[in-house]
Ligand binder design. Sequence first.
Ligand code: MSP
Length: 529
Amino acid sequence: MEEKFYITTPIYYPSRKFTLGNCYTTVICDAVARFNKLLGKDVFFMTGTDEHGQKIAQSAKNAGKTEMEYLNEMIADAKELWKMLKIDYDKFIRTTDDYHVKSVQKIFKDLFDKGYIYKSAYKGKYCVPCESFWTESQLVQGKCPDCHRDVVDQEEEAYFFKLSAFGDKLLDLYKNNPDFLKPNSRVNEMVTNFIKPGLEDLCVTRTSVEWGVPVDFDPKHTIYVWIDALSNYITGLGYGTEDDSNFKKYWPADVHIIGKEIVRFHAIIWPAILMALNIPLPKRVFGHGWLLFGGDKLSKSKTVANAECVDPRILAPRYSSDAVRYILLREIPFGSDGNYSTELFLNLINSDLANNYGNLVSRTLSMLKKYCGNIVPEAYLDTEEEIDKDLKQTIEKCVNETRNYIETNFDVSKALASLFGIFTKANKYIEVTEPYRLAKDESKKSRLNTVMRNLLEAIRIGTILLSAFLPDVSEKVLNSLHIEKPKFDDVKKIYNLKAGENINELGILFPRLDVEKELEELAKIEESK
Ligand code: MSP
């Protein structure tokens, strides 16, 4: 039976249009999902939207729309964006979906019946934008510790989840499963900041918020956002519905990839809810860092001082979806924060996509046309030289590293760096073997063929791997190599193209950009928005 692999993004709030920051997690998950498909696994990749709560109701009101009108428009935009970035999800869950609402009600009732949820009254400091209650001690200078905005006093009748009962179990979880939460620094944060000081029971309903899932046995209460939102990871697989075959097949999740600010919910509250429900826990939770714009998590693209165009809806059509995916996957060391800037983006397109990969493919195919009439030559192994062995060894090493980085730590950035090692080496191989010189000497014909064949194979192997990261350009190149379905097994075969096959030239894959000019153009576009 095929090994299964279930991966999720957070479900994003559609209270504003998705940003490059939301794209960051989604593109990473998509690449990891695609890589696992390449490996031959039965992959289920889910993303979606978190549609309840006061903030959404407020955004709809501000737009002069009903909640559903507003949400449907936002979700259409989100799906359009994912299409643009070639996000190949298997399921898009909306928390307003009927089946989800019903399952959340069942989950709530189940927790209540098992004694993990009880009714009481809540008094506390409430942050409206974050929809979070905080204790006095958690506030930072009297403000919300997450978003640093003002909090208000609030008191209401509410249901509580017995989170306090799970402290030791969570400590055991981290101790016995050192891979459960990554990077390791996040474990220390959870233990020191939340578990060691003592977990408090969690308020899980609101009477003040109408736009939410009602508690079916006490409908003046709506289920507070985190039980509703976190449950998506199982309701999306059909848990609690008539058809739970996907739940049986794919749960537990192999990984939830999320931003570091919501690790607390995924590494404390979610496992506690699952333990209470007696459901197995996800295998991994990975809390990645933030993409920073001028040092900030949120893009300040609207301020004059920093008039950068960071809208993926403009960048992807202008520079290709692959270029946007590339910077998101490659630039930020996975797990840490990293800066984004348009200049960095444009320079990366030039250095890695145009000068390295694009150049390798176009020079090789144009030489193939000139010297071999577009035909894949036989590899004459008797003309093999040290440099050929060196190329093959590098390829093998890079292939193994790429796989390892993804499999052990979902480290897309390091994986891509290794993968591009193949292209760098192949470009150097051209410089050293000088096919243009060999072509001038009839007696070197078989050596020339070997060199061309090695280059084509380097491109084939590299591009099969690249298809997980940059699907558009890879599809173009693989089509020209007559590879319909890229498979990881094929990258282990060093000579796998068919000799005698016709391979046509491709146009320029990534045109070199005039960075200064592009920066000016983008600034104009940003200003005119
Ligand atoms: N709805 C909750 C998540 C519920 S999951 C059960 C939520 N939504 S959100 O719209 O605020 O999305 C937050 C997520 O978007 C982050 O965890 C991260 O995955 C992604 N990002 C948004 N901006 C980001 C950056 N600037 N950098 C990296 N990722 C960030 O929280």
